[in-house]
Design a protein around this ligand. Sequence first.
Ligand code: GLN
Length: 219
Amino acid sequence: MKVGVLALQGDVPEHRHALEPLVGRGSVVLVGRPADLADLDALMLPGGESTTLSRLLDETDLRRPLRERIEGGLPVLATCAGLILLSRRIERGASGREPLPIGILDVTVRRNDYGRQKESFEAPVEVEGISGRKFPGVFIRAPRILSVGPEACVVARREEEIVGVRTGNVWGLTFHPELSGDPRLHERFLAATARRGQSRKARTSTPANRTTAASKARR
Ligand code: GLN
């Protein structure tokens, strides 16, 4: 499995360090140009500064190929600024300077809605498919999900508040699992990605090569 980390700005090394023990060192690649998107099985969109990331997506000509790959089924785990970039609508905040969203996740978000850096906090989060103790949510100048449209479903809550959504295998979280030291969310995402890859392979394999695989298995 080859997993990319969008490496334009933000907490790229943290995602990399979270992934390497799970998929192996050689399987994590940094994505900085359109060509780097080839052969990826999944992609991380890290936290950082969404206005800067949005500008860099244009400067590197990554915006369009990235959108096309995600629309074509590339699984994505987007955290914080990454979620802002993938959202469909960004409500105007105090700065009045909002990034251009890619528009894949059917949510409306408002940036920095919990306040400034010093209002950053940690809080337990309930995540779909993760049982046992709650996930340690690290919220840093986090966006707030104001509403969720019919094409997205909720995957994470902090008490009643929605802090994570998913459309297919495109996940957007307002918090940072890559900074929590807890591997369960990356694990959960990668397991779902692997399952999807398997079922896609099964759907696309022809009866002829299925027979070959089956007869090889018998040998
Ligand atoms: N406040 C940042 C933004 O609007 C996001 C912060 C983060 O990714 N931790 O882009």
